[in-house]
Design a protein around this ligand. Structure first.
Ligand code: SF4
Length: 378
């Protein structure tokens, strides 16, 4: 299949996740909504169900969710609740609500209250100290609870064999997505910023094995392309999410390529794999402990500014000449980290811009002007 056809298929899924959800339900499958961040999708797959990522929406406005949320909650969290309240996600069989930031913690209770009697909401608190033995033990307790609740929904136990198989499925998916990110950065003439996002976003909606098979086919086609003669500026994108096609079209209209990303919904979520040997539940906890360089994770060595150094390194290694940071409005973790990131970028002489966005934004005129001007500087 041609690159264009494959990219269009990913885009179709990315733009119409509700069709995919309906299709799975028509096939008799159970589907579990998975909110950000770091929920072990492996457990859902091992239970024979389909994990479906819920990262807000670019097509909705907040209305019903206002009843439950303070106005200073980010739009990702509010729009996730909006879709649960307005019936968009009525077909879900359950919901996993991680609580890794100060918005998601109270939101987990809003989801629970709003969905009482309608949808099982599975609370998940990751440990702040994720590496010491007590952190791993806490994580195991939490994951065991998630497993128990998923088993209730599935109506069958999750066996170690099924979980080990699910770990392999997810590792293969992460590897294919990492490879795609690399190839898309090398071939911006073949993969636009809009299509790049659609490929990565659709992984949250499609069954992982189907998505991986299609993506491996795309990667093979991209790897066979001759070396790119792309001459435009290349950047690294950073932030929580950057999946609005209108926003990404600004990159394509101005001939700007995304060489790599430090985006939570994209590469931050697929950096670390899970061990395929040993006890699978312990392995899942160790995978979370191995996560790093994320504003949402506690860093014992934060005074060393390791995360910002990591981002600077990413810019250099990817061949990008600058960084564009998409700052979600009301996202405290990202806002608090920004001064440290700026300090490291300035010290490394990496030009960058910071653009405030939220998911209800429809007019990107200001962003367009800023990105155009930044491209000129680069
Ligand atoms: S965008 Fe920021 S505040 Fe909102 S859920 Fe993500 S980390 Fe939390």
């Amino acid at each position: 299949m041609s690159i264009e056809v494959l990219l269009n298929e990913f885009q179709e899924v990315s733009e119409h996740p509700y069709k995919v959800l309906s299709q799975y339900k028509a096939e008799g499958k159970k589907v579990i909504g998975v909110l950000p961040y770091y929920a072990p999708e492996e457990l859902v797959i091992a239970a024979g169900m389909v994990p479906m990522g819920i990262w807000g929406s670019n097509k909705k406005t907040i209305s019903r969710a206002k009843e439950y949320c303070a106005t200073f909650y980010c739009t990702i969290a509010q729009l996730a609740l909006e879709m649960l309240l307005d019936g968009t996600l009525d077909q879900l069989d359950g919901l996993i609500t991680p609580t890794i930031c100060d918005t998601l913690r109270p939101m987990s209770q809003n989801f629970r209250v709003a969905m009482a009697g309608k949808l099982p909401c599975i609370f998940l608190a990751h440990p702040q100290y994720r590496r010491p033995a007590f952190g791993l033990k806490f994580c195991l307790d939490q994951y065991t609870n998630v497993k128990t609740e998923l088993e209730k929904i599935a109506g069958a136990p999750i066996t170690d064999e099924a979980l080990s198989a699910a770990i392999k499925v997810m590792n293969r998916s992460r590897a294919a997505r990492r490879e795609f990110v690399k190839l898309a950065g090398q071939h911006p003439e073949a993969v636009s910023a809009v299509k790049r996002s659609a490929v990565l976003r659709s992984a949250y909606f499609m069954e992982k094995e189907a998505h991986t098979a299609k993506l491996e086919a795309l990667n093979a086609e991209l790897a066979a392309l001759p070396a790119s003669d792309f001459k435009g500026p290349k950047v690294v994108t950073s932030g929580i999410i950057c999946d609005n096609p209108k926003l990404l079209k600004i990159f394509d209209d101005n001939g700007i390529a995304i060489a790599a990303d430090d985006v939570a919904q994209e590469s931050r979520a697929i950096r670390v794999d899970c061990a395929e040997t040993g006890d699978p539940m312990q392995a899942l906890c160790q995978m979370f402990a191995d996560q790093d360089y994320d504003v949402l994770l506690f860093d014992e060595k934060s005074s060393e500014n390791r995360r910002a150094e990591h981002v600077c390194q990413l810019v250099k290694e990817s061949g990008a000449s600058g960084l564009i940071l998409f700052m979600q409005q009301f996202c405290d973790p990202e806002e608090m980290e920004y001064p440290y990131l700026k300090k490291a970028l300035d010290a490394a002489e990496i030009p960058h811009i910071k653009l405030g966005i939220d998911q209800q934004m429809q007019d990107f005129g200001q962003a367009s002007t800023a990105i155009q001007a930044f491209a000129d500087v680069l």
